[in-house]
Design a protein around this ligand. Structure first.
Ligand SMILES: Nc1ncnc2c1ncn2[C@@H]1O[C@H](COP(=O)(O)OP(=O)(O)O)[C@@H](O)[C@H]1O
Ligand SMILES: [Mg+2]
Length: 263
C-alpha cells in the first residue's frame, strides 16, 4: 500500500523544505523506494534533493503534441505517452523524482491528460511512499492524478495571519473533493516561546497541530551553499523535529516487502 504525504500552503511557508526533510527521513529509515513529486510550478524540490532536472510532465505533453500524431511505427498514442512519462522520471538509488512542470496553456489537452493521469496513478502504486510538494491549494496536482492523499500537511509561518490563510486554503482544497485521510498543521520557523493567542487561532480554525519546526541555521547554511537538504546532519534541529512528526503519522511495515513491491 502506498502512503502519500503531500504539502500545501502559500509560497515561502516551508513546503519544499519540509518535503525534502520528510524524504531525508524516509530514506535514512530505509523506507524505499520513495517517489518525490514536484507539483509546484515555481518550485525547486529538485535542488533541495540535489537532482538535475530538465524535463517535466509538461514537456512530455508538449512533445506529444509536436508529433502531431506521427508516432514511431507500431506505437500507439498511449504507449508513446507512457514512454515519455518514464523518460522524464529522474531515478536514483531509493528515490525517484517526477516534476509536473507548468500547467498547460489554452487548448485541448484532455486526451493526453487523461492518459497521463492513468499512468501517473499506476506509477504511484509502485512506491511505498510518495511525497508531494504542491502549490498553495493543490489544484494543479488534483487535475493530474486521482490518487488520494493519506497525510496532507498544511504549512504556516508563526503568525495569526498564516494560520488564517491555512484555514482558507483548507476550504479551497475541500472544494476539490480530493480523497484525504488526515490533515495536519505544521508551523515552520517557530520560536521557542509561543504566544497563547497563536494556539487560540489554531483552535479557532479547527486545525490539528502535528509539530513545529524551529528556525535551523543548518537549513540556512545549506541553502546559501546550494547543498542538498538530503545531506543535512543528524544534529540539525529541523531534522530531529521532522523525525518525531513522521513517527507519529506514518505506518511502517516490513522493509524488504516495501522494496519487493517495486516493479
Ligand atoms: N526551519 C527553517 N530554518 C531555516 N530556514 C528555513 C526553514 N524553513 C524554510 N527555510 C527557508 O525559507 C525559504 C522558504 O522555504 P521553502 O521551503 O522554499 O518554502 P515554500 O516551498 O513553501 O515556498 C527557503 O529559503 C528555506 O531555505
Ligand atoms: Mg517550494
Amino acid at each position: 500500500m502506498t502512503q502519500v504525504i503531500a504539502m500545501a500552503g502559500k509560497g515561502g511557508t516551508g513546503k519544499t523544505t519540509l518535503a525534502a526533510l520528510i524524504i531525508r527521513y524516509l530514506k535514512k529509515k530505509g523506507h524505499r523506494p520513495i517517489l518525490a513529486v514536484d507539483a509546484d510550478p515555481s518550485s525547486n524540490l529538485a535542488d533541495a534533493l540535489g537532482f538535475r532536472v530538465k524535463r517535466s510532465l509538461g514537456t512530455a505533453r508538449e512533445e506529444f503534441f509536436e508529433t502531431k500524431g506521427n508516432l514511431p511505427p507500431g506505437m500507439t498514442k498511449e504507449t508513446y505517452l507512457e514512454m515519455k512519462l518514464h523518460e522524464i522520471l529522474v531515478e536514483s538509488q531509493g528515490l525517484d523524482l517526477l516534476v509536473m512542470g507548468r500547467p498547460e496553456g489554452p487548448g485541448c489537452y484532455c486526451y493526453a491528460n487523461n492518459i497521463l493521469r492513468r499512468h501517473l496513478d499506476l506509477l504511484i502504486n509502485n512506491y511505498p511512499f510518495v511525497v508531494m510538494d504542491n502549490e498553495a491549494g493543490m489544484e494543479h496536482l488534483s487535475r493530474r492524478t486521482t490518487q488520494g492523499v493519506d497525510h496532507l500537511l498544511f504549512l504556516s509561518d508563526y503568525s495569526i495571519k498564516g494560520i488564517r490563510t491555512v484555514g482558507k486554503i483548507r476550504e479551497l482544497i475541500d472544494e476539490l473533493k480530493l480523497s484525504i485521510t488526515e490533515k495536519h498543521l505544521v508551523v515552520d520557523r517557530a520560536p521557542r516561546e509561543l504566544d497563547p493567542g497563536f494556539f487560540q487561532e489554531i483552535q479557532n480554525q479547527r486545525l490539528n497541530l502535528l509539530g513545529m519546526i524551529p528556525e535551523d541555521p543548518f537549513i540556512f547554511e545549506y541553502e546559501m551553499k546550494e547543498k542538498p537538504l538530503l545531506d543535512l546532519p543528524d544534529e540539525s534541529s529541523a531534522v530531529r523535529v521532522v523525525a518525531g512528526m513522521m513517527e507519529k503519522i506514518i505506518k511502517t511495515g516490513n522493509r524488504s516487502e516495501a522494496i519487493g513491491n517495486r516493479l
